[in-house]
Design a protein around this ligand. Structure first.
Ligand code: MV4
Length: 501
């Protein structure tokens, strides 16, 4: 067993803080790394130590493997946690860490490499007896072969880049005459994006659900699953809302898919926390899609219903311990939902907006968790993704969780930048969502319903308006007196659409 006394977190934002919180509880020292743009970021202040690693663009900082490993060696970190994104699914980074004698908190380079190559991943899963989407099992060699395979599979088909994933380099083909042009453009897009133009073909699954299973495996061959997450509410392959349990799932299907997910982990001799993604069609057929070899953005909903700290489990596994969990004792208690809060304008094509946060009021109370990193006066950098916070709620039932999420979104006030909060409120009152009757087409299907009509959202902007008012008064150099505000507030209150609560 290798003692882990100090962990370098090779990431930024909410996930860096999330990881450090568990380290602090475990008595492990934390090391932050930061770019130029992140000098004033909260993860830097939360850590025991922090080191500057380069200019703001990620390739010069958070993607600079040698720089990060250099910092880890210099400050005596025993392990590196990569978070999600950046270097988290980079096989070379995992390898470089072990070569430097530093524990990479994640699976081996071999597993990352296998799962990163979607054709290899399909092959490995097929061998392990896991249902994969019907399609080709090797890279397409030439255009003739491609056309033969497409006819064999039958329209509609999806062309996918082996080095892709998450929707990049993907083409949906409905008709014969579109096949060749789509293949050519998919190839050149894949070549440009990944330097690898290997393409494979899958049968297109119409209106699927995206359901993923969380797995954990230690280095002694023990593996468990922590049930599913329903991630079908996505826009342009960006998840917006996740929940668990999935409204689609039955106990029998859950048990079967969970067993399959554990088998998948064992088949590749996995280590740590991972996710098996499935497409599930409306007849409840399920197909392996991809495996993610990292901690995921939406992991907190699993923590909410299982009570298990996934980062803690990752660290225990990384230091060679046995998983302190057995499948028979694991269960889902209640219901959890996550909403991703982005600094973007839903009323203007979700345009990401940089800017300075002026005021924040975060929701609090029973069953509420916010994983955030922004604070009043913080300037959101343009260099990284626009997610500034995750709002996670827990309730005894799905109905209670939805009501709680609506209450929490109502309480959540951010001024200075536009956010997705109001859009998320409209999702929470959308009948298809409320009834749990949705698939991966939810956002497009409900496009009309989800535009801001001013009807669905409450006009009562109390906290945010007070905040703006305080700002204004402070600018004028006057002390703010809440009594000045009350008549104004009462007028707004009358226009509140209370029926949504
Ligand atoms: C598919 C599919 C239907 N059939 N593959 C999109 C992201 C990438 N991870 C895989 N994706 C899809 N692959 C077959 N054979 C539909 C999608 C898909 C999708 C999947 C999950 C969540 C949202 C989605 C939105 C559009 C398409």
């Amino acid at each position: 067993m290798k003692p882990i006394r100090k962990i370098l977190i090779a990431n930024r934002g909410e996930i860096a803080i999330r990881i450090m919180r568990t380290c602090r509880e475990m008595g492990i020292e934390t090391v932050a790394v930061y770019s130029e743009a992140d000098r004033t970021s909260l993860h830097v202040r939360y850590a025991h130590e922090a080191y500057y690693i380069g200019k703001s663009p990620s390739p010069e900082s958070y993607l600079n493997m040698d720089k990060i490993i250099g910092v880890a060696l210099q400050c005596g970190a025993d392990a590196i946690h990569p978070g999600y994104g950046f270097l988290s699914e980079n096989a070379l980074f995992s390898q470089k860490c072990s070569e430097a004698g530093i524990v990479f908190i994640g699976p081996s380079p071999e597993v990352i490499r296998t799962m990163g190559d979607k054709i290899c991943a399909r092959e490995a899963m097929m061998k392990a007896g896991i249902p994969v989407v019907p399609g080709t099992m090797t890279a397409i060699q030439d255009e003739e072969e491609a056309m033969r395979m497409i006819h064999q599979i039958g329209f509609p088909v999806m062309l996918k880049a082996s080095a892709g994933g998450g929707g990049k380099g993907m083409r949906l083909v409905h008709r014969e005459e579109d096949a060749l042009p789509s293949l050519r453009s998919a190839r050149s897009e894949a070549k440009a994006a990944f330097g690898d133009d290997s393409i494979y073909i899958e049968k297109y699954i119409t209106s699927p659900h995206h359901i993923e299973f969380q797995i954990l495996m230690d280095n002694h061959g023990q593996a468990v699953h922590l049930f599913e997450r329903e991630c079908s509410i996505q826009r342009r392959h960006q998840k917006m809302v996740e929940e668990t349990p999935s409204p689609l799932m039955t106990p029998a299907l859950r048990e079967e898919m969970g067993r399959v997910a554990v088998n998948a982990a064992k088949a590749v001799n996995y280590s740590g926390a991972g996710t098996i993604e499935f497409l599930v069609d409306n007849q409840l057929n399920y197909y392996f899609l991809e495996m993610n070899t990292r901690l995921q953005v939406e992991h907190p909903i699993t923590e909410g219903v299982t009570g298990i700290d996934l980062v803690k489990m990752q660290i225990l596994v990384a230091r060679g311990e046995h998983l302190p969990l057995v499948q028979e004792n694991l269960y889902q208690r209640g219901h959890a939902i996550e909403c991703r809060i982005n600094a973007e304008d839903p009323d203007n094509n979700f345009m990401p907006g940089a800017g300075k946060i002026s005021r924040i009021a975060e929701p609090m109370g029973l069953g509420i968790r916010t994983d955030s990193y922004v604070y009043e006066g913080y300037e959101i950098p343009i260099y990284y993704d626009s997610m500034i916070s995750k709002l996670i709620v827990w309730g005894n039932t799905r109905e209670e969780a939805i009501k709680r999420m609506k209450r929490a979104l109502y309480e959540y006030k951010i001024t200075g930048v536009k956010t997705s909060i109001k859009y998320l409120e409209r999702i929470m009152v959308c009948p298809d969502f409320v009834e749990g009757n949705y698939d991966t087409h939810f956002i497009e299907k409900n496009r009309e319903r989800l535009v801001d009509t001013g009807e669905c959202t409450h006009c009562c902007e109390d906290m945010v308006v007070i905040a703006a008012y305080i700002d204004y008064r402070e600018k004028l150099g006057r002390v703010f007196d809440l009594r000045e505000f009350l008549p104004l507030q009462n007028r707004w209150k009358k226009t509140t659409h209370i029926h949504h609560f």
